[in-house]
Design a protein around this ligand. Sequence first.
Ligand SMILES: Nc1nc2c(ncn2[C@@H]2O[C@H](COP(=O)(O)OP(=O)(O)O)[C@@H](O)[C@H]2O)c(=O)[nH]1
Ligand SMILES: [Mg+2]
Length: 476
Amino acid sequence: MSNWFSGLSPQLGQAKQQAEELLNRTLDRSVRLAVTGLSRSGKTVFISSLIHQLMHGLDNTRLPFFEIVGSGRLRGTKAQPQPDLHIPSFRYDLAMDALSAEPPRWPEPTSGISETRLAIRYKTNNPLLKHLTSTNTLYVDIIDYPGEWLLDLPLLDLSFEEWSAQIIEACEQEPRLHLSEKWRAFMQGIEVETASSDSELREASQLYTDFLYDCRKKEYGLTLLQPGRFTMPGDLKGAPLLEFCPLLVIPDSIPKAKDSFYQTMKRRYESYKEHVVRKFYKEHFTQFDRQIVLADVLMAFNTGYSSFADMRSAIDLVLKSFEYGKSSVFNRLFSSKIDKLLFAATKADHVTPNQLPNLERFLQLMLVEANNNAMFEGVTTDILALASIQCTEAMQAEFQGQSISCVKGISKHTGETVALFPGEVPVEIPTPEDWVDGRFQFEEFNPPALHHSSHVDLPHIRMDKALQFLLGDKFV
Ligand SMILES: Nc1nc2c(ncn2[C@@H]2O[C@H](COP(=O)(O)OP(=O)(O)O)[C@@H](O)[C@H]2O)c(=O)[nH]1
Ligand SMILES: [Mg+2]
């Protein structure tokens, strides 16, 4: 059929293309694929790699498990204008500039939502459609948003007083205890019953925000940071909607004065819930068809037990948005269209290949623990250990007369090539004692040099399996 059409005049060719576009739209061949994960979990790199793999899909030998590529049905992928003009664009161009620089760099971090659209043309294998059209197009909208925003879902169910009580309790434990010292000292000097100046309100919220940023520093590695927009503001950076903080002490009798510190903070909290949290779920989250949640499990091991435990609680909260049981917060407030959900442990190139099954088992263990036996009703889920960009090579080395498995790559800290034994991924949830001997040392690496002559060459681990799970069934 395609040969027959290729001999047509440009006008007729165009008419055919228009007819195909109409057909595609009629058949509803578009999918909104959401990518989330806490900060630094690898969202930007994952999306960049995914786009790159698809754009170079025709001569890509690295996607055997992505069926349309493996079976030769892919016809080509193009970037398209995104459908939602009010959402910032995902900057694939900037990511690729960084990755193909000399020496290669990782893309810059981002703090908000972004979107991009791909048009994937492929040969149909549907016996009915084969006669109507030679190639079909699947439009894939990829949406990148911070996992921190999902940490806010429980707020919708919490009063200002309840939320404050939770935060104060968390601040009783180290390292939050000493990190929150400045903010707490300031709050102790405040009369919450009386009216406050703008500068006092601003200072309180600024000190609380500074505290959250300190928690996030590498040496503490805390991830359960509420409200989520305080460290991941997106386009709300500097907006008054983010100028509030919890209370240190809830007074026995609630101050009624409207302009009191108490009532002002409470009002702002409620307004954040309504105009930020609820709005995000209504406008964005409920529109997603497919979702991948990325987690950097290995980095959580590096910092110590408190950071590890914190990440488990954060993942637990993130999952609340995907629990579709009848009694879940989410289900009572919104309805979701997500029918496939993939949990991925990223940066799997930090460990030796024989550890990949352990990494997957470990992620599964974290999810089951967090979730009390999954309540993802009507949603197909899977778990995968992947590396969006493989930065290391596996190799064998001799150590004290024994052969051990190592990974070799360019260390992010020294810029030198290192070969190291990264350690084993535990098959059980570790206890605090497991950190005593510095057992977990998963090194960070720089991206490999991309060879300009063969731009198709972006090594990865299991990106094809991720693509197959997330999109494979859409290519009919
Ligand atoms: N070795 C390795 N490191 C990665 C990979 N993906 C991300 N990283 C590292 O993780 C950092 C954060 O990734 P990024 O995609 O910016 O995270 P985001 O904040 O979730 O968007 C990067 O700067 C890299 O250092 C990967 O596939 N392999
Ligand atoms: Mg990012």
